[in-house]
Design a protein around this ligand. Sequence first.
Ligand SMILES: [Zn+2]
Length: 313
Amino acid sequence: MAGFFDGAPATEASGLVGFSGNRIDRRSEHRSADSVAVALRDAAARLYLLRGDKVMLAAEGQPLFGSADATALGISAGKAVLLGWADEAPRLAAAVPDAATIDEAATPLIDLRTLASTGGVSPEHLGALAQARSLLFWHGRHGFCANCGARTEIANGGYRRDCAACGTQHFPRTDPVVIMLAIHGAGIDERVLLGRQLQFPPGMYSALAGFLEPGETIEAAVRRETLEESGIRIGRVRYHASQPWPFPAMLMIGCHAEALTTDIQRDATELEDCRWFSRAEAEAMLTGTHAEGFKAPSPIAIAHRLVRAWVER
Ligand SMILES: [Zn+2]
């Protein structure tokens, strides 16, 4: 008798996107009040050091620092978070304090997007850096209790902040964003809907996207966002892949969506342009050979994977 997953692909589409190569063993069930202090006492412990979305490099392609390096920058156990373990060695992360002076000639600070798009660090580090960036951003913005306004303290290895005044526990949040490739027609007449935001690089078109709202399913958000941005009505929705997107703490939920209409009514506040593209055009955009210079997003982006999966089907 066939099993439920027989015939399902062994390779996850989510494994192909940027920031997906995280090998950190989180051991979340073992986190405790002194997790960070204990981890930092391990001679094998290494830290990622970030300032905003910039990553400090110890050497080319090497973003890990020892505890002594962190201490020299004024980072104490109370400021670090424990990501987990890699090869049985604790991996932590800390925000470089504003007051710390950085010798950028020796230890450059490189933007995380740049590292991702240029392969400046290995995929394994990129996944852990996404975890670090999102978690540190949350700590930076949650020093005070949203319930009573008192100061909060880091707890549970960095995965919680506690308010001693009112007893509320606060947990890091991840914001879900739907990103969808609307597809219309069939066979050689099949086309996909792509749009341009004003801030995109010249010629780049991408899948439409928007934040999932409270009380919404993924499918409902795909239909609402597509209608709002382009005027196109969506029928069936199929999940394809997801991607951690640490700018600052999003989860991109990639879907293919069945377009029921073709008349585009673009939301000019969101999109500079929005149009239908044939399979031949989309293929040329993926390979950088489009006659008019139109391009798809870079291979690290889930939008690239949504278009590629459709082109290659
Ligand atoms: Zn409180």
